[in-house]
Design a protein around this ligand. Structure first.
Ligand code: PMP
Length: 554
């Protein structure tokens, strides 16, 4: 804690935070006569959870961090303001920010009487850490870096950002409001190692909850504790906490939307580039494009007359004649393009088939959600398209094994599982198996036109053999022995249970045999072999589109 306290204002160090009677009692109460509430239940008569534990636990799984590393605020704007209030002395301290960037860093600084020093980004909005750090003064307490940056849209170099974090004796805030669109890893993985780092994220952008106002700061637990001490006691209403929780139960639908937005971003970029009224479309890693026009006023006004509002960013440094265009649905983007093509006197053919907003047909895909008292699981599966898997179950080793399925079966697979891991891993692993089987079952439909059988050869230094028949019968064989009880953070016995549950729920014969020296390699071999076998079995059979059985029936 000492290493953090040295950055904190004296009055905040001395602060005795407001506490509630409910903070102090550890056992569960059911008669609440402590907070002068109206006792008659209407759904909102009680104060909300001040530290939003349940919501934090869910966000922690999605963000692959600890819930003790998370602060939640009324938008990440609240976190920005709190950081000034905690670390900067009014009329004495300064903060260093990149320019151009998000306007609230300056506005919140002004409100808190903190002087702003601006570091002008390099050409193409790049960051030069050493140049930025050369502007640090004795009174500089905080640095704000935004990546992907708003309004330029680009990710800044991770190496340069890391250099700033490592070489600044103060707090470095990395604002990752748009990180979900960037396909890049978050700095949140470093918050325990780099003690002066605060990462900002939000539910307002990809997670489609701008109206709720839930912002996220991820930092070491000491910084989170100080932020909690300074915030208003009940800064997120119970309605907002509940709504966020229920919307986060379908995180994989959001990931589908993410892919659709990224695809549209590419389309908009491609379609805007050839226009003569457009001077430059900057490369974007966010859900918007910064576009330099020959005359932004004409473009802005014409779009406005057509009912399309975009953001004029031309008053910012390096952004002359530039408009920031948020990526919309295909229909909205076509409307924007239609107006700009007309202004350019070029013909524009809107996409005919853009009937669905996500733009993809169903194919051999499935999204399955399964909720029980013990677990909440969502799985998205695409048998015909690989994408980088996103797997988060709260069990690192299990995540690693499930990733093998995606890579070795060459399928699209995302899994988010929130389970009661405090008790043990049993429910989480079993329920992931059941839900995964349901996803395969749904994606395979009537199982017409597939190879049906799958097998795989020995692999790695451990030998693993997996045989599969998707013909609809259930016969499970497991000839695998482990030397220890745990593999990584997972109970070794649970792997037998995982595949057994999978075979029962997909209705498939599954025979697994493996041997080797090292438990990690044995089970990794099993998952890889299983993935390879599944790859064979689900493959479409070009010669035979019917039911893959001589009986004509599975
Ligand atoms: N950071 C950046 C870079 C932003 O662009 C925005 C909002 N436009 C925010 C933070 C604030 O987000 P929130 O809705 O969580 O307050």
């Amino acid at each position: 804690m000492e290493d953090i306290l040295k950055y904190v204002r004296e009055n905040i160090k001395r602060l005795i935070p407001y506490s509630t009677a409910r903070d102090d009692c550890k056992i569960k109460m059911d008669v609440y006569l402590d907070a002068n509430e109206n006792p008659y239940n209407n759904g909102v008569n009680r104060y909300p959870s001040p530290f939003q534990e349940e919501l934090k636990e869910r966000i922690a799984i999605l963000k692959k961090t600890g819930s003790e590393n998370i602060f939640l605020g009324n938008g990440s704007d609240e976190a920005i303001d709190l950081i000034y209030r905690i670390f900067c002395e009014p009329n004495k301290s300064s903060a260093l920010i990149i320019s151009p960037s998000y306007g609230m860093y300056s506005v919140a600084a002004e409100i808190n009487a903190v002087e702003i020093i601006k570091y002008r980004l390099e050409e193409n909005f790049g960051l030069d850490a050493r140049k930025m750090l050369s502007l640090v003064r004795e009174d500089t307490k905080v640095i704000f870096i935004c990546s992907p940056n708003n309004p330029s849209g680009n990710l800044l170099s991770q190496k340069e950002i890391e250099y700033v974090i490592d070489n600044f004796d103060g707090i470095v805030v990395v604002d990752e409001a748009y990180i979900d669109f960037a396909g890049s890893s978050s700095f949140s993985r470093l918050v325990n190692e780099k003690r002066n780092l605060v990462v900002l994220q939000t539910l307002s952008k990809l997670y489609a909850m701008a109206g709720l106002r839930v912002g996220i700061a991820i930092a070491n637990r000491d910084i989170v504790k100080i932020m909690n001490n300074v915030k208003y006691p009940y800064n997120i209403s119970c309605i907002n906490q509940q709504t966020a929780l229920s919307l986060l139960k379908e995180p994989l639908k959001i990931r589908e939307q993410c892919e659709a937005i990224i695809e549209e971003r590419g389309y908009l970029e491609k379609m805007l580039q050839p226009l003569s009224i457009v001077k430059k479309v900057y490369k974007s890693d966010a859900n918007f494009l910064l576009v330099k026009f020959a005359d932004k006023d004409i473009a802005f006004k014409t779009l406005g007359n057509g009912g399309v509002i975009v953001r004029d960013r031309s008053s910012l440094e390096m952004c002359d004649n530039s408009l920031r265009i948020t990526v919309g649905t295909p229909k909205e983007n076509d409307r924007l393009l239609g107006i700009l093509y007309a202004l350019d006197n070029k013909e524009f053919h809107a996409r005919e088939k853009g009937g669905t907003d996500s733009g993809r047909s169903n194919g051999r895909r499935a999204i399955v959600s399964r909720e029980t008292n013990e677990t909440s699981i969502q799985i998205a599966l695409d048998l015909d398209r690989f994408y980088t898997p996103f797997i988060s179950t709260g069990l690192n080793f299990f995540d690693h094994m499930l990733e093998q399925i995606a890579y070795h079966a060459n399928i699209g697979l995302n899994i988010v599982a929130v389970g009661d891991l405090k008790r043990d891993d049993h429910h989480t692993i079993e329920d992931v198996a059941i839900t995964l089987a349901q996803a395969f079952d749904r994606a395979l439909g009537a199982r017409k036109g597939i190879e049906r059988y799958g097998f795989s050869l020995p692999m790695d230094e451990a030998e693993a053999t997996v045989l599969i028949d998707l013909g609809g019968r259930i016969d499970f064989k497991w000839e695998v022995e482990f030397k220890g009880n745990m593999i990584g953070d997972v109970n070794a016995q649970m792997f037998n249970h995982f595949f057994k549950s999978f075979s029962q729920n997909l209705k498939c014969n599954l025979h697994i045999k493996a041997d080797g020296e090292n438990d990690h390699h044995i089970i990794e071999g099993v998952f890889k072999a299983f993935a390879r076998a599944m790859k064979c079995a689900v493959r479409e059979d070009r010669q035979n589109a019917g039911i893959p059985s001589s009986k004509g029936k599975l």
